[in-house]
Structures are given as C-alpha cells and as structure tokens.
Design a binder for this molecule. Sequence first.
Ligand SMILES: [Fe+2]
Ligand SMILES: [Fe+2]
Length: 141
Amino acid sequence: MSKLEWQERYSVGVDEIDADHHEMVSIINKLDDLMSCGKTRDGLPSIMGRLVDYTHGHFQREEALMAQYRYPGIDLHRQAHEEFIAKFSDIQTALLQGNYAVSITLFSLLQNWLIDHIMVADRNLGKHINHCKTASLGSPA
Ligand SMILES: [Fe+2]
Ligand SMILES: [Fe+2]
C-alpha cells in the first residue's frame, strides 16, 4: 500500500483542524506499516481503535466549530462524517473476522476518501471559519 504523505496543499488554513489531520495521517501510516509488514494480528486492533477514537474526537471538534461559526453546510458535512465512521466500522468488522485482504482494500478506499474529504468539505469549512474570523476584525460601521 502506498504511504499517505502529508502535503501542504492538504492544509485547510485552520490550525486546530490541520493539527488533527496531521495526527490522523500519522496514525494511518502506522496502521499502514503494520499491514504492509504482516503484523496485522499483533498491533492492528489497538491502533485501529486509536484511529477510531481520534477520528471521533476530530469530527466532534470540527462540528463544534461549525456550530460556533454558523456553518451553512453543517448537515451535509456531519452526514459525511457519519459515512466515514460507518466505513471504519466495516473495516473493524473485517479485521475482527480475520479478513485482512478485505481490510486492506477498505483501508485504501478510506485513505482516498479522507484526502477527498479534507480537500473539499474541510477546506470549505476552513474558508468559512477564516472568513468569519476576518469579518469579526472589521472596523465598526
Ligand atoms: Fe477533518
Ligand atoms: Fe470534516
């Protein structure tokens, strides 16, 4: 599997969101190493659990920012997060059943999905947040 390299173009321009994405990519790469080295049985369930926990926290942080900044796309974005969590649960089920071939395929889909989500949905959110931050600094009328 190809490693997910963090690139500057993945930045959404909001430090706390970018920091979370960095951490998610780093956990995904650890998971990728385990899968690529055939160490699936040893460390995979625990690191997968770490990724799921971290991702839950990240989605909650993004959704709190959406509510704080009255993001108009909140419903669709939240729905995308729910779909992401559902994909995670498919991978976990495959892993628990010892179906590593399926989990590798799903995992690779997940990597692509994550980058697509960051590049479109999270970037739009980042633009909105930065727009609102700038707006609040404007001089009073
Ligand atoms: Fe995100
Ligand atoms: Fe998101």
